[in-house]
Design a protein. Structure first.
Length: 181
């Protein structure tokens, strides 16, 4: 069984890579697959003065820091990812910081936008579109106002031009509702 699983995984991996290679070639970006001299992070843009980087190894340290940083946001919060768990506790010591409630509280005072993938077109892979739909409804209610919804897999996104709603290559980005559950 392990051998069959490994072979199937290898075949799927090859098919996905071939698909993306064809897409990049069609739009003239095949060179994007070739790492430049010195690796991907070398070259321009150079680090700006005053910037810093702190590596946080695990969630016990990183997640409470995220809550603190989000609380300090003054103008907007933009989150992007494959999937978010609305009931996830980013902070568990003291009063828990539940993602859905944290975003709703932030949306009462600043712009909050969330960009997510629509989910796998085939229910064989996770997250499925049904899982993402349920997550979207849990975060924003049935009206789904506010959660970006990707109608197909795509890695192309541009910053919004209008504050209400923006479409960009299969993604829709709209303001998050400030409704708590």
């Amino acid at each position: 069984m392990d051998r069959a699983d490994r072979q199937l995984g290898t075949a799927v991996g090859h098919a996905v890579r071939a698909h993306h290679r064809r897409r990049l070639e069609r739009v003239g970006w095949l060179a994007a697959l070739d790492a430049p001299e010195g690796g991907w992070a070398a070259g321009e843009p150079r680090q700006r003065p005053g910037g810093s980087l702190e590596i946080l190894i695990d969630g016990a340290e990183a997640l409470p820091r995220m809550v603190t940083q989000l609380a300090w946001a003054e103008s907007h919060v933009h989150l992007a990812g494959w999937y978010f768990s609305p009931d996830f506790a980013l902070k568990r010591d003291g009063e828990p910081a539940i993602l859905r409630n944290l975003l709703a509280e932030l949306a009462e005072r600043i712009e909050v936008r969330v960009l997510v993938w629509a989910g796998a077109p085939l229910p064989l892979f996770r997250p499925s579109r049904g899982m993402v739909r349920r997550m979207r409804e849990s975060l924003t209610g049935r009206g789904w106002r506010g959660l970006a919804w990707a109608s197909r897999s795509s890695s192309s996104w541009s910053a919004p031009r209008r504050p209400s709603s923006t479409r960009a290559r299969g993604f829709e980005l709209a303001p998050f509702s400030s409704k708590k559950v």
